[in-house]
Design a protein. Structure first.
Lengths: 406, 507
């Protein structure tokens, strides 16, 4: 009794208490699960049609995805799974948050890279890096404090920059009526070409290296802590879980979230209801885009400070695009986004070893695409699911009138 | 001959018996009305007859043959047609295109537009319903659009026509025209089912009237053997005071005033012209007028949605120039809208979450950034009891409530805001007798407590019954000011239509 009270108090401190729970629609859980199931089945057919053994393909795909413990390779695969997932969850959260507010922030990709380049810069820029370097030396065994601070500064500045990049699209939308999809997609390309064609090959490249080698490497103090040696697993997964919690809290516990969701629910009918009740819709939209951009940029910070330690010249786009699928599969709910991010991370991790067995890596992309496709068909999935459930219920207990009539 | 008969129809929704063992029959060539409050089960019943819902039990007979109606296609096959409340027309299509869409005349694989126009002209001559076949549908008045909808149904061979609340979107004159149309159809042997909650109209047009209450058939009466009061009693199950009691209140200081106000609509046309008036505490000022004479634009300017092009407005002595909606509400403005779905409520939000929108930043509903949903739920539960909002679970979505209960929720929210000026824009639109009476009572309570109220309404009885002063709006101008004891419904009606108004003033 007292223990459960303690648990309740603990949950309450995080804003989770039974009184304020929402009524949930069980279909929100079933639709993504069924969509993934359908995707796996259709994926099997596709593999079989191409003349390969689908069971062997799936065994390799999921066996090496890091989801199933066991084997000597597992710790490395598990680490890869979490590292990848952390980035997908970050961009997925960014897009989910904007979806909740009724906007399609297709610019998570650009915001991701803006975050990455800013984190890179403050990771190596000598006034900052030097200061934290000497601080680390001075602290000796307490050097981790310098690493914590430097990493935090890089992430915070990266997030602010990504947030500002997204907020600009929000500003154009509310002040000039520039469609948010058009605005963010334009800003994607502006960010991408500014970074890869200029910064990474110009001002941020060390003079002693060739132009193909990317930017300076960040200082050791800027790197994320590793938490499972010898793998390269780092704190990104913990940070992204905190970000998911923060997103949930923002949406469901704060006045801002209340207003954002009200705006999102009425976005396709002109948002008149929230406006008539005195909600400053324009300000909230810009703020929401800012938060969304911050989340996407967090993923970019992970990419640099947890994996690459520099902005490589070989970086390819895709993290923001993947986030769209993650947000869709996750039904735009933070917890759903976390699970969907892990699922996509697992597919991407396992894909590499599938390739070893001469099964093209693209098959995992096909499954991913199918899952998103079935989610997009969720109206249909919902319709048939409801029909199916109704029929089952009708069989279970026929209505009294019919019995009486018979 | 019986054109349509339903026997023992029941429809069970989860937790709600929408139709409970309903039986009636309609003679060929009859106008049969079905009346009932919002949520009494009228629409459910029509949707069953038209094949959109499957009944839980019961049978339907068409022309004395047992019919299996599983879809709207089946219903059309059986020569039934539904004229929907919200028209299913494509605004950019011409009238002819809209009428033939789905069953187009062809020349080879191509759409034969010339033949479509000819067919539509022939049809409209045959049933003597005049329309311009080549006009763009979206440019036509609502009454004519409805006529297009009727022609579309007739072209598919409908013999039984179902009209689902057809007058909800019409002006009084258009309603009269519709009734002329319905009588024409009747004289051509068509059978008409007419669904309404407006007793006056039903008494005007119907031959027989079926009354539904909470899913049950209360009775079927002949028009000539009944009257409005009896129907109202059957509908709500008690005596309804349709008479509005007089409430005296002492008139206080000016709460709202505007001077020489000019406002443009979304298309840049000036629809409010040189409007000046004021509203004092303890009085209800009614604005009468046919829809579309500048009322919407006036309200939009008052609530800060659009900026007037010239003129000034003051709320409690302070200029409203460049002030946001949020600021107006802080300064004491409350607003009841007729557009509950778009403007009044966030439909997917729960009753709880809707109940505090606009005051959610105030204590105790939030503290700093954090919402206190427990406090909000307590507040909402109190309001649900006080205003008798049904079914009464604060976690139900606003969209799942009936129109009357949605309006109660809006009233609960707006009247609990700190305010001294209330804009009530068509506050009883689409409401049944019971809910209408409730709204009247609340407005009079407001007046008694010294609030200033601006009532905008298309219903003359409402304007005459509630207002202390009446302004008549016509083509953007205030063309007359009077009091209820100095005028009549007829005199107001003429003024609303611009009869006797000095044309020079208006243009």
């Amino acid at each position: 009794m007292s223990e459960s009270n303690g648990t309740n108090k603990f949950l309450k401190a995080f804003g989770i208490d039974s009184q304020s729970r929402r009524r949930r629609d069980p279909l929100n859980v079933w639709v993504p699960l069924i969509s993934i199931g359908l995707a796996l089945v259709v994926g099997m057919i596709v593999i079989a049609v191409s003349g390969r053994n689908p069971f062997r393909a799936y065994a390799l795909l999921f066996g090496d995805s890091g989801l199933i413990p066991g084997g000597s390779a597992w710790p490395r695969e598990f680490a890869e799974l979490l590292i990848k997932s952390a980035m997908y969850i970050a961009t997925g959260l960014a897009i989910a948050l904007a979806f909740k507010g009724g906007l399609f922030n297709i610019g998570a990709e650009g915001q991701f890279w803006v975050g990455a380049i800013v984190a890179t810069f403050f990771g190596y820029w000598s006034p900052v890096a030097g200061a934290f370097g000497s601080m680390a030396t001075a602290l000796g065994s307490m050097a981790w404090i310098a690493q914590l601070l430097h990493g935090a500064i890089c992430i915070i500045l990266g997030m602010l920059a990504g947030g500002a990049w997204a907020a600009f699209a929000g500003f154009l939308y509310v002040k000039r009526g520039v469609n948010i999809v058009i605005g963010t997609i334009m800003l994607n390309w502006i960010a991408w070409f500014l970074i890869t064609n200029w910064l990474v090959t110009g001002p941020m490249t060390p003079p002693t290296q060739t132009f193909t080698s990317g930017t300076y490497y960040v200082a050791d103090t800027a790197k994320l802590f590793r938490i499972m040696m010898p793998t390269r697993l780092n704190t990104s997964i913990i940070l992204v879980l905190l970000a998911a919690y923060a997103t949930w809290f923002l949406l469901y516990k704060t006045t801002i979230g209340y207003e954002i969701r009200a705006i999102g629910h009425t976005a396709n009918i002109g948002m008149e209801a929230p406006r008539a009740q005195g909600i400053n819709v324009n300000r909230r939209i810009v703020q929401m885009m800012f938060f969304s951009g911050c989340l996407a940029a967090l993923g970019g910070c992970f990419f640099i400070l947890g994996m690459q330690y520099q902005f490589p010249n070989t970086a390819t786009m895709g993290y923001g695009w993947t986030g769209i699928g993650v947000a869709l599969i996750g039904q735009s709910e933070p917890i759903g986004v976390v699970l969907a991010g892990l699922f996509i991370g697992a597919l991407r991790t396992g894909a590499t070893s599938m390739q070893v067995a001469n099964i093209p890596k693209t098959f995992s992309n096909i499954i991913e695409g199918l899952a998103v496709g079935f989610i997009a068909l969720q109206v249909a999935v919902r319709y048939y699911l409801v029909k199916f459930l109704q029929r089952r219920r009708a069989h279970a207990d026929p209505p009294a009138e019919q019995e009486a009539a018979a | 001959m019986k054109a349509l008969e339903v026997r023992n129809i029941s429809k069970m929704f989860p937790g709600n018996l929408a139709n409970d063992n309903i039986s009636f029959s309609v003679e060929k060539g009859e106008i049969f009305a079905i009346v009932g409050e919002n949520g009494a089960g009228k629409s459910t019943l029509m949707n069953i007859i038209y094949g959109i819902y499957t009944p839980t039990a019961g049978e339907i007979y068409v022309n004395e043959q047992k019919a299996r109606i599983r879809s709207a296609e089946d219903a059309i096959q059986l020569h039934m047609g539904m004229v929907h409340q919200e028209f299913m027309l494509i605004p950019r299509f011409t009238v002819a295109q809209n009428i033939v869409v789905g069953d187009e005349p062809r020349k080879g694989i191509f759409f034969d537009y010339t033949r479509a126009v000819r067919e539509v002209k022939e049809l409209s001559d045959k049933v003597s319903l005049t329309v311009d076949a080549t006009a763009i549908t979206g440019d036509l008045p609502v009454g004519i659009q409805q006529r297009v909808e009727i022609l579309k149904v007739l072209r598919r061979g409908a013999e039984i026509l179902i009209f689902d609340e057809p007058t909800a979107v019409l002006t009084p004159e258009e309603t009269q025209e519709l009734f002329v149309t319905m009588r024409k159809l009747q004289s051509q042997g068509k059978t008409i089912l007419f669904i309404s909650h407006k007793l006056k109209e039903v008494m005007d047009i119907a031959d027989r009237i079926a009354v539904l209450r909470r899913g049950k058939l209360q009775g079927i009466v002949n028009k000539k053997d009944t009257n409005e009061e009896e129907l109202a009693r059957m509908m709500v199950g008690r005596n309804v005071v349709l008479e509005i009691p007089k409430v005296e209140a002492s008139v206080g200081p000016v709460a709202f005033s505007c001077h020489d106000l000019r406002v443009k609509n979304a298309r840049g046309m000036e629809t409010v012209k040189d409007v000046s008036f004021d509203v004092r505490g303890g009085e209800i000022v009614g604005i009468a007028g046919v829809q579309g004479n500048g009322q919407d634009e006036l309200v939009n300017a008052m609530i800060g949605f659009t900026r007037p092009t010239s003129g000034s407005m003051e709320l409690n002595g302070k200029s409203m120039r460049l002030v946001t909606t949020a600021e107006l509400r802080r300064q004491g403005m409350s607003y009841i809208t007729e557009d509950r779905a778009r403007r009044g409520l966030v439909m997917p939000y729960t009753v709880r979450d809707n109940s505090v929108m606009g005051q959610h930043l105030n204590a105790p509903f939030s503290k700093g950034l954090r919402m206190d949903y427990n406090k909000i739920a307590e507040f909402a539960e109190g309001k649900v009891k006080e205003y008798d909002i049904r079914p009464g679970d604060v976690l139900d979505t606003a969209g799942s409530l009936s129109g009357g209960n949605q309006q109660k929720l809006i009233l609960a929210r707006e009247l609990s805001l700190p305010h001294n000026f209330l804009i009530a824009s068509q506050p009883t639109r689409g409401l049944d007798v019971g809910a209408t009476e409730f709204v009247y009572r609340k407005l009079l309570e407001e007046k008694k407590s010294g609030k200033a109220i601006l009532l905008i309404s298309l219903e003359l009885s409402e304007i005459l019954g509630l207002s202390d002063r009446i302004l008549v709006m016509f083509e953007g101008h205030i063309v007359g000011e009077t009091t209820p004891d100095k005028t009549t419904e007829e005199a107001l009606g003429l003024l609303m239509l611009g009869v006797g108004v000095d044309r020079k003033v208006v243009s």
